[in-house]
Design a protein around this ligand. Structure first.
Ligand code: GLN
Length: 203
C-alpha cells in the first residue's frame, strides 16, 4: 500500500505545509484531513500552526478529536507545529483570559501559549537542531508558545534561550516555530523519512 501523507486542514497554515510535503514526497496527493474518514491510510500528518482555540473547537465539531487521538497514540507520525504543538501537548498553563483550547494530551510537555508577546513580537532565529546536518535552520516564531517542561521520553532537539523549541517523543514531533515558512525542506524531509513515508534514496 502506498503510504498517505496528510495535513490537518481545519484552519491555519495548511497550503504551506501541503506544498512542502508534496515537494518532498514528489506526489501531488497529500490529503487534506477534515473528517475522521480522511485519516484512513494516513501514515504521517502535519498539524499546522493557526489558532489553537479555534482548532480545538473544530476538532470537536468535525468529530476528529477521538479518531485523531487514537491514530497518534497508535504511532502515526505527527509534525505538530506552533498551534499544532499546543493541540498535542499533555497540559497547558491556563491563560489569563480564560478561553483555552483542550489539548489532546499526548506529548509529554507543558506549554504556555503566546509566550513571546504579540504578533509584532514575532521573530526569526538561527537554530542548531541536533541530528540534522546542513547548518542552522532559520526558525520563524509567530505568537509562539513556549515549552515549559518536558517529561521522560521526550528528546529536546533544539533550544532558544534555554527553552526547548523542537522536541520529539517517538513518532510525535513538536515545534514552537514554523518550518513550513521559507525554502528549507529539511525538517519535513527528516520527519517523512522517520515516519517511513520516504527513504533516503527518495531524498
Ligand atoms: N498563538 C497561537 C495559539 O495560541 C499559535 C500561533 C501560531 O500557530 N502561529 O493558538
Amino acid at each position: 500500500m502506498t503510504s498517505r501523507v496528510g495535513v490537518l486542514a481545519l484552519q491555519g497554515d495548511v497550503p504551506e505545509h501541503r506544498a512542502i510535503l508534496e515537494a518532498v514526497t514528489g506526489r501531488g496527493t497529500v490529503v487534506d484531513v477534515r473528517y475522521p474518514r480522511d485519516l484512513d491510510g494516513v501514515q504521517a500528518l502535519a498539524l499546522p500552526g493557526g489558532e489553537s482555540t479555534t482548532l480545538s473547537r473544530l476538532l470537536d465539531e468535525t468529530g476528529l478529536r477521538e479518531p485523531l487521538r487514537e491514530r497518534i497514540r497508535d504511532g502515526m507520525g505527527v509534525l505538530a507545529t506552533c498551534a499544532g504543538l499546543i493541540l498535542v501537548a499533555e497540559s497547558l498553563e491556563p491563560s489569563p483570559h480564560g478561553r483555552d483550547p483542550v489539548p489532546l494530551g499526548l506529548l509529554h510537555a507543558r506549554v504556555r501559549r503566546n509566550d513571546y508577546g504579540r504578533q509584532a513580537d514575532s521573530f526569526e532565529a538561527p537554530l542548531a537542531i541536533r541530528g540534522m546536518s546542513g547548518g542552522d535552520f532559520t526558525a520563524v516564531f509567530i505568537r509562539a508558545p513556549k515549552i515549559l517542561s518536558v517529561g521522560p521520553g521526550v528528546e529536546v532537539l533544539g533550544e532558544i534561550s534555554g527553552s526547548p523549541v523542537i522536541v520529539r517523543q517517538g513518532s510525535i514531533w513538536g515545534l514552537t516555530f514554523h518550518p513550513e515558512i521559507g525554502e528549507d525542506r529539511r525538517l519535513h524531509q527528516w520527519f517523512l523519512k522517520e515516519s517511513g513515508v520516504v527513504s533516503s534514496r527518495d531524498l
